[in-house]
Design a protein around this ligand. Structure first.
Ligand SMILES: [Zn+2]
Ligand SMILES: [Zn+2]
Length: 316
């Protein structure tokens, strides 16, 4: 991975987020993730969502509309008088189950106090509670950051992979993101336009404050806050090198390293649904088999590849 900013710019002279930046922006919202989870467990009507989520009318309507605009839900009128619509998952919306599975697996492993249930995940095919393993779709080996090589495609670069400021949905107070009620740790990573790319850069080997600043381009005060928030959640740790007292680094903890499948699935999903008109963002190669990398989840009990209809994400 080369740490250079992309030179592509829109006509206005500012960098347009690429498909990955747009995806980070879309997912950086706990209501969107929760709403998709409820939709995957069968909710279609407005009242289904309202009854299953502690959400205001304005917020629910706004999120449903956004997911229709982004092509994850389709509005379907099932009754003419009075007019009643339902919201059906499109194939693009349904395929988000892999990301929810990755987030759920990570939250279950690392986050002990939850205000929202993350019960065991059952593989319906073998009936066992599973800890799904993220593997190369081609050779089946468990995927790890060391075995997936990355290089930017024509639409790549850190700046373009960062969501635009207008996609930031969360209210902030005093410059800090409000803490999230449902998936606070996941939202520390996704609920802010900079955090997900900071974690992605850490996976790509960026360690020093000045390098995060140079490659990603956030204002230093924002970068300090996001690094502090990621250290608070024990996703990164600040390490003072003993032989270089003036030198400190930010490194992924074990909890942070275990986010690899979550971020990789975001890339999988974003690449799968990228418009053919948009250039590729990342080229990923699985070093073990040499094939282009894409991940699949495998059940740790029966070793079968897990498919969307074989996993219960309702949380019931
Ligand atoms: Zn492979
Ligand atoms: Zn199984």
């Amino acid at each position: 991975m080369t740490h250079t900013a992309s030179s592509s710019a829109s006509k206005s002279g500012t960098l347009e987020p690429n498909s990955l930046g747009v995806t980070f922006g879309l997912l950086g919202d706990e209501w969107t993730l929760l709403l998709l989870r409820v939709a995957l467990s069968g909710a279609t009507r407005y009242s289904d969502f309202r009854d299953r989520m502690p959400i205001s009318h304005a917020v629910l309507s706004g999120r449903l509309e956004r997911l229709v605009d982004e092509g994850l839900l389709e509005r379907h009128i099932y009754q003419a008088r009075p007019a009643r619509s339902e919201y059906l998952l499109t194939p693009k919306g349904s395929s988000i189950w892999q990301l929810l599975l990755a987030i759920w697996t990570w939250e279950r492993r690392w986050v002990t106090s939850h205000s929202y249930a993350t019960p065991p995940i059952r593989h319906l095919t073998c009936g066992k509670e599973m800890s799904p393993i993220y593997c190369c779709h081609s050779c089946g080996e468990e995927a790890c950051p060391e075995n997936v090589s990355l290089s930017w495609g024509p639409a790549g670069g850190w700046a373009r992979s960062t969501p635009g400021a207008q996609t930031r949905r969360r209210a902030t107070r005093g410059g800090r993101t409000e803490s999230s009620a449902f998936y606070p740790d996941t939202m520390t990573v996704f609920g802010n336009r900079w955090s997900a790319v900071i974690v992605a850069a850490a996976f790509a080997g960026v360690r020093r404050f000045r390098d995060f600043e140079a490659f990603l381009g956030p204002p230093p005060i924002v970068l300090s806050e996001r690094l502090a928030a990621l250290c608070d959640r024990e996703i990164l740790e600040q390490v003072q090198l003993t032989d270089r007292p003036d030198w400190s680094e930010y490194r992924l903890t074990r909890k942070g390293s275990d986010l690899f499948p979550v971020l990789a699935v975001v890339v999988d999903w974003s690449e799968r649904w990228r418009s053919p008109a948009d250039d590729a963002v990342l080229k990923r190669t699985h070093k073990t088999c040499g094939d282009e990398f894409r991940g699949v989840f495998v059940c740790d009990h029966c070793r079968a590849t897990v498919r969307g209809h074989e996993v219960d994400l309702s949380g019931a």
